[in-house]
Write a protein of this length. Sequence first.
Length: 111
Amino acid sequence: MILDSLDVSPEQFAAGTGWQIKPEGACKAEVCVPLNRTGGFDMVATAERLRMALVHDEPSGLWALGPESLGDRALVSAQAPELVLDDLDGHEFRLFSLRGQKVVLVAWAPY
């Protein structure tokens, strides 16, 4: 989820993450994670409680909110978004073409 502000409503949070904010906490399917809800909805505290990475890109002024990682070991879902990149020969490659197969993605960044 890409954000230009951390001032996010519970409805925007649910639309971007799938986590509904309810009186019992943040809920997705059968899983509910209790939240400290004193003073209303706090997106940063909720993201921290769900162990969602929250990264700020200073030059662009944007924030990126990653998927939940409950249990600190792996993502809750193994569903990858549609990804289209050029292969080594410059031809378009769609991750979807590997659907049904086990795939390992390796990413690298120079920073």
